[in-house]
Design a protein. Structure first.
Length: 137
């Protein structure tokens, strides 16, 4: 999937001019050279993830496992287990020491869905869904 230079700048947390500099330094490549001004989203996110790990300032696009745990109201170990089971979307930093970063927008959608589900549970007094064993009983 491709992104524009402005979208890439937002993901990277930089000015759009910096995106052009990154292209000139071959840190980013166009999705289709000379045909479009779009960039590969995966490549942009991996570069942003590497920069987020090295940087000291908070990244507006990514969250750490600790921040995800706080946002979802769960323990950090559960975040790791959910990500390992591919039940929580993440971006691998691609560095020698593996580290997962989570897209803030996706985590906020998940948190909102969890909150809405809890509101329904509180209002109806009944759990939603449940496991197969609970439904069969």
């Amino acid at each position: 999937m491709a992104v524009t230079h402005d979208e890439a700048a937002r993901i990277l947390g930089v000015h759009p001019t910096t995106v052009w500099r990154l292209i000139r330094r071959n840190e980013l490549a166009r999705a289709a050279p000379l045909k479009t001004a779009r960039l590969d989203r995966t490549q942009v996110e991996q570069l942003a993830a590497r920069r987020a790990v090295r940087g000291r300032r908070p990244n507006p696009y990514f969250m750490s496992a600790h921040e995800v745990a706080e946002t979802l109201g769960i323990v950090r170990q559960l975040v790791d287990r959910l990500a390992a089971a591919d039940r929580l979307p993440y971006v691998d930093t691609g560095l020698s020491k593996p580290r997962r970063l989570y897209r803030r927008a996706q985590i906020e959608v998940i948190a909102a869905a969890r909150a809405r589900r809890q509101e329904v549970r509180d209002r109806t007094g009944q759990p939603l869904g449940g496991t197969l064993r609970q439904n069969a009983a």
